[in-house]
Design a binder for this molecule. Structure first.
Ligand SMILES: Cc1cc2nc3c(=O)[nH]c(=O)nc-3n(C[C@H](O)[C@H](O)[C@H](O)COP(=O)(O)O)c2cc1C
Length: 210
């Protein structure tokens, strides 16, 4: 199963780095995920979303306005599961992450795949409100957001010299999240291959019929 870890912060000196390194190392050890890839939005300089039906072209093989947008949609489509690592900006997710999610447009690449969430903050809030927003966004993209999360306050000060959180509960939380993600990933992959989900243009189709 292919796991894509999507990183929500791109700014120089970001606190994301120790979190991503730890999450990636633990995920790579998990037997459920043969292929773990970090999708760092620093490396994916996506344009601000501005697609419309003209830029999409053929709906079955959308072209989009720029090749990187097409590549991003294809890369997301190749994933079986997603793990978002994000800080909280103004009680939500960073705009760059929302833009990356919006850019997966009309390709259905997130559809019926599980999403797990790891959040962190410099202070005590641990990014809780960002995850609350992200879970709602995930529903709209037709991902399956998971209930169990990893919340890391006081990053990077809460990481030891070994590059791992000093709080043992953080390790327990990540193990639980990966266990849930593995279960949902296998279940949903099987469901996607055995019974295609109903199309999501049903309301439009019904309206067109009058
Ligand atoms: C634009 C901005 C908005 C922020 N808003 C919040 C917030 O709403 N809640 C919070 O707990 N921390 C907030 N913070 C503090 C972040 O938790 C802290 O800066 C963290 O290091 C951000 O992650 P990053 O360094 O990986 O970008 C904010 C930081 C920035 C730069």
């Amino acid at each position: 199963m292919k796991l894509k870890i999507i990183v929500g912060s791109i700014r120089p000196g970001r606190a994301a780095d120790p979190v991503v390194a730890w999450v990636r190392a633990v995920a790579e050890q998990h037997p459920g995920f043969s292929d773990v890839e970090v999708l760092d939005l620093r490396d994916w300089r996506l344009p601000l979303f501005q697609e419309n039906l003209e830029t999409i072209g053929d709906l079955n093989d959308p072209t989009y306005s720029e090749p990187i947008v097409k590549r991003w949609n294809q890369t997301i489509a190749s994933g079986d599961a997603f793990l978002f690592v994000t800080p909280e900006y103004n009680h939500s997710i960073p705009g760059v992450l929302k833009n990356a999610i919006d850019t997966v447009w009309l390709s259905g690449a997130f559809r019926n795949k599980p999403a797990g969430f790891v959040s962190y903050s410099y202070g005590l809030a641990a990014g809780t409100r960002a995850i609350e927003h992200l879970a709602l966004i995930a529903i709209e993209t037709e991902m399956v957001p998971l209930r169990n999360t990893v919340l890391l306050p006081r990053v990077p000060g809460s990481f030891g010299e070994d590059g791992k959180p000093v709080d043992t509960m953080a390790h327990v939380a990540l193990d639980i999240l990966l266990e849930d993600l593995d279960w949902w990933t296998r279940l949903l992959a099987q469901a996607r291959s055995s019974a295609p989900a109903p199309g999501n243009s049903r309301i439009m189709d019904a309206m067109a019929k009058g």
